[in-house]
Ligand binder design. Structure first.
Ligand code: SAH
Ligand code: SF4
Length: 387
């Protein structure tokens, strides 16, 4: 693809401050001869006081402030569009420095306000029911672009609402978080940093389609957070139809890996189960699911399929959904139905899709935007399983 002006500009871009964990910042400061303890004060200014201008960090040495403003980009991701659903769900389209966009959705529920963040632009896993999959993978998000979704949305809420505060995060937006393992690990460390946003381990949920080698590393290598597994069927043939990843990492391999996740820290694992009419909603499916899962160690979250234009599956009837729920409860499981939120603004699960072509319309002053190469969408719907 020929290089557009935006691509050239990015070459000279400074690294984002928001890519740095607390430990990274300590190393950077130390290397430049500043006190590494300054990292704690700087995290306090940025992530607690919400002051992004180094000149204003009064208890940080002048040299460190000048160094950071000169060498790091402190700017927030740009919200180029937002929409409010009738049910209170707010969808935001955020733009990265290279012009790519992802969606991030704030979902209110009881006393919580959960942000559903994206981990990649598009996704390579190619689940046959997922709208995001139709884009293929465009690229991984950097840690600062994941944390940046939270900062940009909270900043927007501070300015536009009466003190709405994000309380929880789910990695359930666009992308497969474990395919972007190292960046999501860093983003999680930043979210949880004690003297920063300090989100507790129960406030973050990582959802994965079942990337076995990465699941095997979670126990020892990733901050402890809630884990949700997109199971969608306990039968290999049906799961393969829904999720081509199952050809490589089938149910047996997946559960061997899940068993390595220490249950004490993670309490119970949530299994997401998409319900698609006449695909995985029969008595045989109920029995297979009950046989596979242990009710003491699992929670089941049923997600009735969200239809979108061109989708190949159908949502089961309400009666069928309730029947499935009832069957699982009778078999001793904690089972819930994920209420569909934000359908009127296409923000429900599986309806997230970057409408990057529209960025120019929404943001006329942003200059030329590099439209990603069509070549990347060749990945779409193929079993291009990340290793
Ligand atoms: N890639 C990760 C996280 C993002 S998807 C994963 O697959 O787990 C978040 C959840 O939405 C997953 O359980 C996914 O299977 C589900 N989902 C995707 N498309 C959907 C659709 N059209 N209707 C209902 N749920 C969907
Ligand atoms: Fe990717 Fe998750 Fe969509 Fe599957 S459901 S294509 S893993 S985003």
């Amino acid at each position: 693809m020929p290089e557009g002006p935006q691509t050239l500009k990015n070459r000279n871009m400074k690294p984002s401050f928001f890519d740095l964990t607390h430990d990274d910042l300590k190393v950077v400061l130390k290397e430049k001869g500043f006190s590494p303890f300054g990292a704690t004060q700087i995290f306090d200014w940025v992530y607690r006081k919400w002051i992004f201008e180094p000149a204003l960090w009064s208890n940080v040495s002048k040299g460190a402030r000048e160094f950071l403003s000169e060498h790091y980009d402190m700017s927030l991701l740009k919200i180029v569009w937002n929409g409010l659903s009738k049910d209170g769900t707010r969808k935001f389209l955020v733009k990265m420095v290279d012009g790519q966009t992802v969606e991030t959705v704030a979902i209110p529920a009881r006393e919580r306000l959960t942000l559903c963040v994206s981990s990649q632009v598009g996704c390579a896993v190619g689940c046959t029911f997922c709208h995001t999959a139709t884009q293929g993978l465009k690229r991984h998000l950097k840690p600062g672009e994941v944390v940046g979704q939270y900062i940009a949305v909270q900043d927007w809420l501070n300015k536009n609402t009466l003190e709405e505060k994000l309380t929880n995060i789910v990695y359930m937006g666009q992308g497969e978080p474990l395919h972007n393992y190292e960046n999501m690990k860093k983003a999680t460390q930043i979210f949880m940093q004690e003297n920063g946003l300090a989100l507790g381990q129960r406030r973050i949920t990582l959802s994965t389609s079942g990337l076995v080698p990465a699941i095997e590393k979670l126990a020892t290598d990733f901050p402890t957070v809630n884990i949700a597994i997109s199971l969608h069927s306990a039968r290999n043939d049906v799961r393969t139809e829904l999720m081509p990843i199952n050809k490589v990492y089938d149910i047996e391999r997946l559960f061997k890996a899940i068993k390595q996740i220490p249950l004490k820290a993670h309490r119970r694992i949530t299994y997401e189960y998409l319900l698609a009419a006449d695909i995985n909603d029969t008595q045989e499916d109920v029995d297979a699911l009950a046989k596979l899962l242990n009710p003491k160690e699992s929670k089941i979250n049923l997600i009735p399929f969200n239809e979108y234009p061109g989708s190949k599956y159908k949502r089961p009837t309400e009666q069928k959904i309730m029947w499935f729920l009832d069957q699982m409860i009778k078999k001793g499981f904690t089972c819930t139905i994920r209420t569909t939120k934000g359908t009127d603004i296409l923000a429900a699960c599986g309806q997230l899709k970057s409408e990057f072509e529209k960025v120019n319309l929404w943001n006329k002053d942003a200059g030329p935007v590099v439209i990603p190469s069509i070549a990347s969408s060749v990945l779409q719907n193929q079993s291009q399983i990340p290793q």
